[in-house]
Design a protein around this ligand. Sequence first.
Ligand SMILES: [Zn+2]
Length: 199
Amino acid sequence: MIDGVIKYNFDFRPTSPLHVSQYKDIEDVRSRLYALKLIGISNGIGYGNISQKNSDGTFIITGTQTGDLSSLNGEHYAYIQEYNDRKFYLKSSGMIKPSSESLTHATIYNLHEEIKAVIHIHSKYIWNFMLKNSYLKTEDVDYGTKEMIDEVNRIYEDTDPLSDAKFVMSGHEDGVISFGRTLKEAEITLYRVISRIYM
Ligand SMILES: [Zn+2]
């Protein structure tokens, strides 16, 4: 299955664009990841997504099929008002539907209340490196599925998520996730993995 196919039950309410204050921190990180091609387009399919959790439990995430765009504005971000990963349910608003990997982000937020940011990138080099080395990995399950939700919960069953805030998605080619208490922390966690590839 390719990126961009939304598989969950979602309730999407079209509204006006999001305000810059809602996504400026994400956009900042995204511009760097886009420059590194960790977010981008491959074979006509956009990849990569970032989210940030608000203090009220809602979160903002990049919209579906926005990976090809070098910069995003309020039209390209989605506001996730409610989610229930166990019921496979998500309610969003904004001008665009949320990333098809939004429920994976929701599951990560549910792991620990201090988690406030999630980054999902694609990179063949990082993916291969993490698979060959001893990183946490979800088994051969596809993104955006109930199995992926179960897998994320499984790998953190006996591990404090914030002590090892990254994993590789075996069944989702090139897919890697990092997260943290802040976007900066999630971004640095990703760069630490990259730095090991060159050491
Ligand atoms: Zn992906």
